[in-house]
Design a protein around this ligand. Structure first.
Ligand code: NAP
Ligand code: HSE
Length: 433
């Protein structure tokens, strides 16, 4: 049986789960790919930290030592962050080692360079674990939809925020408590504002959109809003409208431009995506010939993420054993066949909106607001005002389809009215398919 040497860079939530999988499931992994993986060295910040079941002699503080350790064929980067991980991956690639990474931040920011370096060096790069945990969405985009054109992709790609939203919506758990639980379960990023402010989902969406549409996508092109401004009232009103709130990531072609965004959205409870709860992720692809595909599964956590890392290791082993390294390029499309698509600014998109105003409960207030909405070409679908419970009161309006630019103008004007007491909350309605 072929032996393949691995260096792990990072041995935290995911790194330890990868080690456990390689050590504990080596027979079943070998039965699938024809190779046994041997961990030769593990780089960590603190080699003295207790990590059960992993021999102490494997640890080093030196990333360079781990990358260059004798017998290492594949370097697996599970440290996170940008600079050290970037340097380590380039050193590994230039040293002709195959690489695997779960680092979506790094790929979102510097993926184009890293992928080009891997192609130039003739090594494989696996990054299935960078998006949606155990769910094989990268593989699907690179390999399974070869004949079709992706029209849109849409989904929940941050487990922590979905865990928080589900617990707030269904159990009335406070935001801070739900976040603390997600952190304890190993779902959150080292800086959890990445999860709750939509940044982690935006990192992942740049990776997915780039693969799906065959174009470079930069973080600048992604409109991003997180879940931290949502209030208990928004969950209550969503329920009254037969909807739930989800942090959705979407990328779709619209009038020849790519519309790429991450933001909370109110989704009808009958939509399959509305029932994707907890740490579960789901990605729905609309492909010209295949139709709608939905991939769903655990989106974060050590074991789930390790399963994607090990799948990449197995793929690289197969390529090594069959002398077919580089068979599937890192970006799905041939580099020379990728395009530079234009992006749609958020102001130009259209949709329905939930607007929660905080206003004085006085005659004429609603009329003035309706006047401003009307003057901006916004038609009202429904209104809820629960008055007389104290001043100010929430006043909620659902709109028919309107242009985002007009909605923003109207909100700005309404926020300036003396009867408006707090910044208006806007949540987009997801009404599609
Ligand atoms: P983690 O628990 O914080 O582990 C990070 C590991 O990297 C630790 O072992 C740390 O060493 C080591 N490390 C960090 N900086 C280092 C440096 N400069 N030099 C050497 N070692 C360094 O993080 P994680 O949750 O396993 O996540 C790792 C990566 O996977 C991140 O890119 C993350 O975004 C991604 N990811 C995580 C999940 C998840 O569910 N957790 C899912 C998908 C992707 P010490 O232990 O000594 O501090
Ligand atoms: N923090 C990320 C999440 C980890 O919650 O989805 C998985 O990428």
């Amino acid at each position: 049986m072929k032996k393949i040497g691995v260096a792990l860079l990072g041995c935290g939530v995911v790194g330890q789960a990868v080690y456990r999988a390689l050590a504990g499931q080596s027979a079943s992994i070998a039965a699938r790919c024809g190779a046994v993986f041997e961990v030769k060295k593990i780089a960590v910040r603190n080699p003295k930290k207790k990590r059960d079941g992993i021999p102490a002699h494997l640890f080093t503080k030196s990333i360079a030592e781990a990358v260059a350790a004798p017998g290492v064929d594949i370097v697996v980067e599970l440290m996170g962050g940008e600079e050290a991980a970037h340097k380590a991956l380039l050193a590994a690639i230039r040293g002709k080692k195959h690489v695997v990474t779960a680092n979506k931040l790094l790929l979102a920011k510097r993926g184009e360079e890293i992928f080009a370096e891997a192609v130039k060096a003739g090594v494989d790069i696996g990054f299935e674990a960078s998006v949606a945990g155990a769910v094989p969405v990268i593989r699907t985009l690179k390999e399974a939809v070869a004949s079709g054109k992706v029209n849109s992709l849409f989904g929940i790609i941050n487990g922590t925020s979905n865990y928080i939203l589900t617990n707030m919506m269904e159990k009335g758990v406070r935001f801070a408590d739900a976040l603390e639980e997600a952190q304890a379960l190993g779902y959150a990023e080292a800086d959890p504002t990445f999860d709750v402010e939509g940044i982690d989902a935006a990192h992942k969406l740049t990776i997915l959109a780039s693969l799906a549409f065959g174009t470079p996508v930069s973080l600048r092109n992604v409109y991003v809003e997180g879940i931290s401004r949502l209030a208990p009232d928004d969950f209550r009103f969503a329920r009254q409208f037969g909807r739930v709130i989800k942090l959705l990531a979407t990328a779709r072609m619209d009038g020849g431009k790519l519309d790429v965004r991450v933001h909370p959205a109110m989704v009808n409870v009958n939509r399959p995506i509305a029932r994707v709860d907890g740490v579960t992720n789901a990605v729905e692809l609309d492909v010209s010939d295949a139709g709608r595909l939905m991939l769903i599964g655990p989106g974060a956590g050590g074991d789930a993420t390790a399963s994607a890392v090990v799948a990449d290791l197995a793929d690289i082993a197969r390529d090594m054993l069959s002398n077919s390294v580089g068979r599937i390029g890192p970006q799905g499309f041939l580099p020379q066949k990728r395009k530079k698509l234009a992006f749609k600014p958020i102001g130009d998109v259209s949709g329905g909106y939930y607007l929660r105003f905080t206003v004085d409960d006085k005659p004429g207030v609603l009329a003035r607001m309706a006047g401003i909405l009307g003057a901006n070409g916004i038609s009202i679908d429904s209104v809820i005002q629960k008055g007389r419970s104290g001043d100010p009161v929430p006043l909620v309006i659902l709109t028919h389809e309107a242009k985002e630019k007009n909605i923003q103008t109207a909100i700005r004007k309404i926020n300036q009215l003396p009867s408006t007491r707090a910044k208006t909350m806007l949540i987009r309605l997801e009404n599609g398919g």
